[in-house]
Design a protein around this ligand. Structure first.
Ligand code: GNR
Ligand code: NI
Length: 174
């Protein structure tokens, strides 16, 4: 089932998500719906916060096929270790800030602990784009957005564009 994606400045995007008690059938359903919604939006990751659900659940898929068998599902993800030496910079986008992009620099490698789709505790070491994506998704669970990581100048440019777009929309309705 497709879920509606919340876009900035929806207040839910600034709230902190709560851990899931366990990955039960309800959480699995949420994960599957999130993956479908992420594929439809052509994203590489999605956090439950973005579909208005304040639970610590994220999905990602960086593969070419994107057929559902290649999805990564995580509940209660926690970064246990981040590379202290190397960074990675990538032009980030966000389905909650459609059409806006900015280079964001983050630790190049991380180690994450999480519960998988079968409620099994797992650890994953990720680097480069997957690491970048997981960090972006965990930010969402804490009310963060990629624009929090860029200069005030670049952020203000994006915020002004969004404001202009919203004002224009308002004009069409009047
Ligand atoms: O589709 C997405 N691309 C992306 C690129 C670099 C770093 C993170 C991402 S995630 C983003 C989809 C999204 O909004 N996830 O929250
Ligand atoms: Ni995002």
């Amino acid at each position: 089932m497709l879920l509606p994606i919340q876009t900035f400045p929806a207040e839910v995007l600034r709230r902190t998500a709560l851990p899931v008690a366990s990955v039960d059938s309800k959480v699995v359903r949420l994960m599957e719906d999130m993956l479908e919604t992420m594929y439809k939006g052509k994203g590489i990751g999605l956090a439950a916060t973005q579909v208005g659900v304040l639970r610590r659940v994220i999905v990602a898929d960086l593969s070419e096929d994107r057929d559902g068998k290649t999805g990564l599902f995580m509940a209660n993800p926690e970064v246990m270790w981040r590379d202290p030496d190397e960074t990675y910079t990538y032009e980030e986008g966000c389905l909650s800030l459609p059409g806006h992009y900015a280079k964001v620099t983050r630790p190049r490698r991380i180690r994450v602990r999480y519960l998988d789709k079968a409620n099994k505790p797992r650890e994953l070491e990720a680097e480069d784009l997957l690491s970048q994506c997981i960090q972006h998704e965990i930010d969402h669970l804490n009310g963060g957005l990629f624009i929090d990581h860029i200069s005030k100048l670049k952020r203000d440019i994006i915020l002004r564009k969004i404001d202009k777009g919203l004002k224009q929309e308002e004009g069409h309705l009047l």
